[in-house]
Design a protein around this ligand. Structure first.
Ligand SMILES: NC(=O)c1ccc[n+]([C@@H]2O[C@H](COP(=O)([O-])OP(=O)(O)OC[C@H]3O[C@@H](n4cnc5c(N)ncnc54)[C@H](O)[C@@H]3O)[C@@H](O)[C@H]2O)c1
Ligand SMILES: Nc1ncnc2c1ncn2[C@@H]1O[C@H](COP(=O)(O)OP(=O)(O)OP(=O)(O)O)[C@@H](O)[C@H]1O
Length: 537
């Protein structure tokens, strides 16, 4: 072996020792020494081979070079992962601050509304914003009384837009039917309260009240305006819509809103329907929740999803009639629409407050501009999948600041409990009662034997990132619609939205849920075993 080779090998050995020593030090020192070791290997390999050089030595050197490269990448990866984690922590804090501010704003608006409507005289009161502020203190006592017995409709029906409302919107809001939500359970008297869930007394923690009791909606003033949303291209839906509009207007004296398409259809039927109201452009949809007391849907679950998607903030109570094939969220039968609507308009009715997820796409290219794209609100789920790509999806998942897992498979479903009977169920997720608050974390065809679905608590923010080493981009879709491309470095943030979807129940939320899985899925249907046969003695 030539002296130069010996020198190089010795110097390489020295570099290796320095690599292992520096491994315990910080990431940049790691990178530097690894760089040197790699350089030494490069130099060794660039030397003209001496005749008769041992081939094993070349192989050995190449192997060492590969090891050195891998170590350098690991060190660099660690440094960049740390930087990325710090960046996400910053964004997460921003998101939290933003949510807290939004909640504060909503609470302020709630107080204003409660004072004017619920607590002053529960009727139609007209007041300017300034007057509302002045009455704030004097009405605090009566407000407390209201809060103790349930939630006023105005607490549910307030959002960002109402803060900057024009007087017209304020007047519209004053004309909305007032209602109250209260919690009850079997064996207890009428009005139950929204209590603290745990109590702490003399060192003992006990569960005081469960939050998920059946919720009951009681009108404080009569509903006046109804919005009917219908599944397109269905003859049975069109016929029912005609009958319902007529009955609501002539017998119930209600204002009726429909979509522009439906108004055209009604007018084609008869010019008498010109009392039916609609909107001209989509921007008016953002103010619908201020005008509408009740939403009626005629169709399947997709029409309920459609109705929910029209309300980017608070949602009025929805009465879903079943004119589809399955109908997990549509408990009302169209044949009895008059009796059903009579009892809903009279109240009180049981409702299911269906949670929604607020989803935000954050682009890697726009890391410094925090809010770049409109958020999506989903009632069923957000799906992140491989779209048309035939490569495995690679998704890094975090819950708040903790790493959850890396999904390698067809994709991932983040579902609400209402959506637990939809796509998440098909992907192997559990069915969950819609009143349970939580986020279902269900993989789609994971390429691993041990990936089981999770259910995360309601207060977390889930972050899904497409890593830079992903072979293909991913696609996000929201309640099966609005596909968005997620390129490498892009992320999707998902947390519980502050605006649930209240849907009227046929009986109550538990009965309706169980009936839907029995009727819709034939859940656990089996012939009962016969009595005759072997028996334990
Ligand atoms: N493999 C699957 O099961 C699969 C695939 C894609 C989408 N979906 C679901 O379809 C939904 C969109 O529904 P659509 O009606 O607009 O599309 P669609 O017309 O394609 O109908 C999808 C089916 O899902 C059912 N469905 C919707 N929401 C449900 C729920 N909460 N519980 C039980 N079943 C439900 C509908 O009744 C319908 O039969 C998506 O949110 C997704 O959950 C399911
Ligand atoms: N008012 C509407 N405008 C536009 N699209 C709508 C409207 N209502 C429903 N849709 C869409 O029509 C599709 C089918 O609706 P829906 O699920 O209600 O009917 P279905 O498929 O017959 O019933 P099921 O889902 O029970 O089989 C859904 O994708 C939904 O988003």
């Amino acid at each position: 072996m030539s002296p130069s080779k010996l020198d190089s090998t010795a110097s390489f050995g020295h570099e290796e020792a320095s690599v292992s020593r520096s491994r315990s030090e910080n990431g940049s020192a790691d990178s530097l020494s690894l760089f040197h070791s790699e350089k030494a290997v490069e130099e060794l390999l660039q030397q003209t081979p001496v005749a008769g050089m041992d081939e094993h030595l070349i192989e050995f050197s190449e192997a060492l070079r590969t090891v050195a490269k891998a170590l350098r990448r690991a060190a660099e990866g660690k440094a960049s992962a740390q930087a990325e984690a710090a960046e996400w922590k910053r964004r997460y804090e921003l998101e939290r601050t933003r949510n807290i501010q939004m909640e504060r704003k909503a609470r302020m608006a709630e107080r204003l509304s409660a004072e004017t409507k619920g607590c002053i005289d529960c009727g139609r009161v007209k007041n300017s914003d300034n007057q509302l502020m002045q009455q704030n203190e004097s009405n605090e006592h009566s407000e407390k009384i209201c809060m103790n017995n349930g939630i006023w409709s105005h607490e549910v029906l307030c959002d960002r837009e109402s803060d900057s409302n024009s007087n017209a919107d304020l007047n519209n809001m004053m004309n909305k039917a007032s209602f109250k939500l209260s919690w009850w359970c079997n064996g207890e008297n009428g009005d139950q309260h929204k209590h603290d869930i745990v109590s702490f007394e003399k060192g003992d923690i006990t569960t005081a009240e469960r939050s998920s009791k059946q919720i009951s909606l009681k009108w404080e003033s009569d509903p006046q305006t109804v919005l009917i949303l219908t599944k397109p291209n269905s003859v049975s839906v069109r016929i029912l819509c005609i009958q319902m509009v007529r009955w609501l207007k002539e017998k119930k004296k209600l204002n009726v809103y429909v979509e522009p398409r439906v108004r055209t259809e009604l007018l084609a039927e008869s010019s008498n329907f010109n009392y039916v109201q609609t909107w001209k452009d989509d921007s008016e949809i953002t103010h619908l929740h201020i005008k509408v007391d009740l939403v009626i849907t005629l169709g399947g679950d997709g029409t309920v999803l459609w109705a929910a998607s029209m309300f980017k903030g608070p949602v009025p109570p929805i009465v879903p009639f079943s004119l589809g094939s399955l109908g997990f969220m549509t408990p009302f039968h169209s044949e009895h629409f008059k009796e059903c609507l009579d009892s809903v308009l009279r109240g009180p009715i049981s409702i299911t407050l269906r949670h929604r997820l607020l989803c935000r796409v954050v682009r890697d290219a726009a890391k410094n501009e925090y809010e770049t794209e409109e958020p999506f609100l989903v009632l069923n789920e957000v799906t992140i999948d491989r779209g048309i790509s035939s490569y495995l999806t690679n998704l890094e998942c975090y819950c708040d600041n903790s790493f959850v897992t890396c999904v390698q498979g067809d994709g991932l479903i983040l579902s609400t409990t209402s959506g637990s009977t939809a796509y998440s169920l098909a992907a192997g997720g559990s069915m969950v009662h819609p009143q349970v608050p939580g986020i279902l974390f269900t993989p789609i065809c994971p390429h691993s034997l041990s990936f089981r679905p999770l259910i995360l608590p309601e207060h977390v923010t889930v972050r899904i990132v497409v890593p830079f080493n992903s072979r293909s981009p991913a696609w996000a879709s929201f309640d099966g619609k609005d596909r968005k491309l997620l390129a490498a470095g892009d992320a999707l943030l998902c947390s519980m939205a502050p605006w649930p979807v209240p849907t009227a129940c046929q009986v109550d939320s538990t009965n309706d849920f169980l009936r839907s899985i029995h009727d819709g899925l034939h859940w656990n249907l089996r012939k009962t075993q016969s009595f005759d046969g072997p028996r334990e003695t």
